[in-house]
Design a protein around this ligand. Structure first.
Ligand SMILES: NC(=O)C1=CN([C@@H]2O[C@H](COP(=O)(O)OP(=O)(O)OC[C@H]3O[C@@H](n4cnc5c(N)ncnc54)[C@H](O)[C@@H]3O)[C@@H](O)[C@H]2O)C=CC1
Ligand SMILES: CCCCCC(=O)/C=C/C=C\C/C=C\C/C=C\CCCC(=O)O
Length: 270
């Protein structure tokens, strides 16, 4: 998929990975709607991107992925401004084991909401032109992060939901690929939550285990993850894939083949 002139929407775009994903899309010629709850940061980022890439290439929209109405309006505004939608990255996420319902609301419900809205605008049966959705999970979507069981659950949820929706899209011929990105630790603000009492609450005492994982896996730079994000966006042969990104490299995850045991009527082309 060539990105020049394509329209992208990224949630949680103001800093960290979302900023990195937005910037690499801009470098490849796409237009990007930047969605975030951080209004002042969003305005500053848009001003910086305007200088670097030109004023018509981005749109900043204040929006929480917790609100169906705000997210729906942001998708609509993006389509009206840029004339279509080709790429959606559901990236916004937090760690908060003390307010765990909020963590589920942002990390899982927000991704479901963003995926359904993306399909509404992009799928062929709605006269959309197809496209690609990248949902951001984590390595904690593939194994346990002990200081953050709810975070772990939301990220496993994002992996399962994305894989299921990719198969739905293939079977129903939506023309939309859905892939999920699973980075290990990345140098962003969220990393300071590793063992902090404020976000990990009753599990803060397990910070030593999380620190051991950090020592074992190291810390990625945003740019390393962004390069792999781009692969998932552009490689048209990839649908329903989970890409694990670690310091030593990236690899597509192999899952148990339970689908092959289903009656073929349920999974004719899996
Ligand atoms: N940094 C890391 O080690 C890893 C991060 N991830 C995931 O990557 C994604 C991005 O995280 P980072 O860039 O590291 O974090 P970050 O904290 O640097 O950035 C998160 C962005 O999301 C925005 N945001 C938070 N709540 C929001 C909401 N309700 N609606 C819209 N925007 C909201 C924030 O304002 C911020 O701009 C998250 O889903 C995170 O779980 C996955 C694996 C590793
Ligand atoms: C609190 C900081 C969390 C930062 C965000 C994040 O999602 C980072 C996750 C990175 C990796 C650790 C996650 C889970 C561990 C998964 C598997 C461990 C398997 C260990 C093994 O068997 O080798």
């Amino acid at each position: 998929m060539a990105l020049h002139g394509k329209v992208a929407l990224v949630t949680g775009a103001v800093q960290g990975l979302g900023k990195g994903f937005s910037e690499i899309l801009l470098q490849k010629g796409a237009k990007v709607a930047l969605l975030d709850i951080n209004e002042s940061g969003g305005k500053d980022l848009k001003a910086a991107f305007d200088k670097e890439y030109g004023p018509d290439r981005t749109l900043f929209l204040t929006c929480t992925v917790e609100s169906e109405e705000q997210l729906k309006d942001a998708f609509q505004k993006t389509v009206e401004t840029f004339g279509g939608l080709d790429i959606v990255c559901n990236n916004a996420g937090i760690i908060d084991e003390t307010n765990w319902e909020k963590c589920v609301s942002i990390n899982l419900n927000g991704v479901v909401r963003g995926t359904y809205l993306a399909l509404k605008h992009m799928k062929k049966e709605n006269r959309g032109q197809g496209g690609v959705i990248i949902n951001v999970a984590s390595m904690a979507g593939l194994g346990p992060l002990l200081t953050a069981p709810i975070y772990t659950a939301t990220k496993h949820g994002v992996v399962g939901f994305s894989r299921a929706m990719a198969d739905v899209s293939r079977l129903c011929d939506y023309g939309v690929r859905i892939n999920v990105l699973c980075p290990a630790f990345v140098q962003t603000a969220i990393l300071s939550s590793l063992g902090s009492e404020g976000t990990t609450g009753q599990f803060a005492g397990l910070r030593g285990v999380a620190e051991k994982l950090l020592e074992q896996f190291g810390v990625l730079e945003v740019s390393e993850v962004a390069k792999n994000f781009l692969k998932l966006v552009t490689d048209e042969s990839r649908n329903g894939e989970a890409l694990l990104v670690q310091k030593e490299g990236a690899s597509y995850v192999t899952f148990p083949q339970v689908a092959s045991q289903l009656p073929s009527i349920l999974a004719p082309s899996l």
